[in-house]
Ligand binder design. Structure first.
Ligand SMILES: [Zn+2]
Length: 158
């Protein structure tokens, strides 16, 4: 496989449909005409905030692209569902309190998200994420989510 299919998944405007708790967000954060939309980016960063500390962070643009590419890939396969966010940015204090979190977690760098997509098995989501994202992918079977980050390529199952 070439880079081509990855580029194709991000062709045109880039949007995200995210859900976190009661909040649902559909946001187009990049268009070919105007590039990044600062307001849309801030909205997404706010949804991905550390909810315990109520702090948002400038999230990695690459992470947004990974989530967008995954969502587009699922849409090509007939799955039109939001990405449910379990965790995005974490302050060091929150990360410290998070069970099983690595001390050098990419969540504290704004480069990771823990996600679920309704109706999509974790293994399928993790497989797509590792092929498309080319970063870290962790499958948390008991907790029922997939961790994706933009660090070096690695895969783990817990
Ligand atoms: Zn995580």
């Amino acid at each position: 496989m070439t880079e081509d299919w990855r580029a194709r998944l991000l062709q045109g405007a880039r949007s995200l449909w995210l859900v976190r708790g009661e909040t649902q967000l559909r946001s187009t954060y990049w268009t070919p005409e105007f590039g990044y939309d600062g307001d849309a980016y801030k909205e997404i960063c706010w949804l991905l905030r550390d909810v315990q500390a109520n702090k948002s962070f400038a999230m990695s643009l690459r992470l947004l692209d990974v989530l967008c590419g995954l969502q587009n890939w699922l849409a090509f396969n007939g799955v039109r569902q939001p990405i449910v966010i379990n965790s995005g940015y974490r302050t060091f204090a929150t990360n410290w309190r998070t069970e099983g979190a690595a001390l050098n977690s990419r969540h504290v760098l704004g480069k990771a998200a823990d996600i679920v997509v309704p109706g999509v098995p974790l293994a399928r989501l993790a497989g797509m994420a590792s092929l498309f994202g080319q970063g870290g992918v962790g499958m948390y079977l008991n907790q029922g989510f997939v961790h994706v980050d933009t660090g070096e390529e690695r895969i783990w199952i817990k």
